[in-house]
Design a binder for this molecule. Structure first.
Ligand SMILES: Cc1cc2nc3c(=O)[nH]c(=O)nc-3n(C[C@H](O)[C@H](O)[C@H](O)COP(=O)(O)O)c2cc1C
Length: 160
């Protein structure tokens, strides 16, 4: 059975979405099926439902305000925080985007999701990536390399 990945995108100006599109193109083949969803309109049931057990989630989100998740991710994040579903069967990764200029809240969008999902019992696969917009490195290029390594870790940790 192919491995199914759902990329969840939190973005304000489209950079995270571009990264998600690159990752979908790179990962989606016969052995891996990738679906990309903007977080707009999502709720906690996406992660707590039965089908969540058959897939791996990749949170791809930027950071806004004072270390907040982007506007399109807010309702989903708040719903998870309010309903607190048991996510002990959920596996996920985080590709975060931010800017080190915001030293106090660098990459907090990804961090907030990571902390919340872990608190609800989900298992993170691999390290949380923290892209820095002021580094001069294009995030979509890093995303390509990062997602291949992440996929290898997902496959290694795949339950029998
Ligand atoms: C108004 C504003 C606030 C931001 N706040 C933060 C922040 O608190 N921490 C951080 O790491 N990056 C912050 N950023 C940087 C963005 O997260 C970064 O530029 C990201 O690549 C944007 O991705 P997006 O186009 O997908 O929204 C901020 C950017 C803007 C324009």
């Amino acid at each position: 059975m192919p491995l199914r990945i759902t990329i969840l995108v939190g973005t304000m100006t489209g950079t995270a979405q571009l990264c998600a599109q690159e990752m979908e193109l790179a990962l989606d083949d016969g052995d891996t099926q990738v679906q990309t969803l903007l977080m707009d309109g999502l709720d906690a049931s996406l992660l707590s439902g039965e089908s969540a057990r058959e897939r791996v989630f990749l949170v791809c989100t930027s950071t806004y305000g004072q270390g907040d998740v982007p506007d399109n991710a807010r309702a989903f994040y708040e719903d998870l925080k309010a309903k607190r579903p048991d996510l002990s069967r959920v596996r996920y990764g985080v590709f975060g985007l931010g800017d080190r200029t915001y030293a106090e809240t660098f990459n907090f969008g990804g961090k907030r999701f990571d902390d919340l999902l872990a608190e609800l019992g989900a298992e993170r696969i691999g390290e949380r990536h923290m892209h820095d917009a002021s580094s001069g490195i294009l995030p979509e290029e890093t995303a390509l390399e990062w997602c291949q390594q992440w996929l290898a870790k997902v496959r290694e940790s795949q339950p029998a």
